[in-house]
Design a protein around this ligand. Sequence first.
Ligand code: ZN
Length: 283
Amino acid sequence: MTSSIAPQSDFYRDVYFQPIQRRTDFENNLTKHLDWFAERGQTVNMWWRDDDAVSPSPELEELLVFSEKFNVPISLAVIPKFATQALAQRLKSMQTVHVVHHGWQHVNYQDKGRGEKASEFGRRRSSHDMQVELLDGEEILRDLFGALFVPLFVPPWNRIAPLAVQLLKQQRGYGLSAFTWINPFRIPQVQSHIDIIKWKKNKQFCGWGAAKKRFDLQLCRRRTNAKEPLGLLTHHLDHGEGCSEFLEVFLKLTCEHPAVVWRSSYELLEEARREVSLSFGQV
Ligand SMILES: [Zn+2]
């Protein structure tokens, strides 16, 4: 008797029960982390960056709906060369959206044959070419998006050469947003930290287990530096299986938890600017 029901039991455990259990584990774990901050009267600053926007699409619409439904600000990293009037029209009435500056045309200039990682504003570009593109990009985005535009530069593939950072510093009020905390540049930074996509596996959701580990790492770090914003990174055009479910679960949980303060890129860039001036003042 036991052996005849074993396969069915395994089937339910592997295919049905485990994913739900992993999701519950993730929710419980995240709640415990956030409770730790709440019990100490502390909060965690979160922000949301979504990359590669150029025009309205059903995929982008889903994220805009989430943003409004949960009242969570979203910063769309828009590619200037291909940004459309239709996108500007769609965003005009939104209260929870800002637009940040995503490269120029999202083209790689690095040499893959030499094992170089992709970058649009990398070491192989001339200062002149990059400067023209940075200035043109800012002009286009300011014209299209007006008050929604925040001068935060998101380099495609999250990689940028020191020369391009120097150019950004000459562009008034600009900050930089890449991935994780590895860039040592002296420029206001608002980093992203948790990418929800497993890029090498059909661009599906990275999984509840992997997401749990990523939040473990980031939220443990925030225990000694609660001020550092925690950036969620999404790419609406690449969201494979599981991404929508994760976003809905995650946004719902965090928007209801008292320890989470969802911030806009506008506010965080202002704060980052103040911190940079303070640190310059101390040198
Ligand atoms: Zn991109």
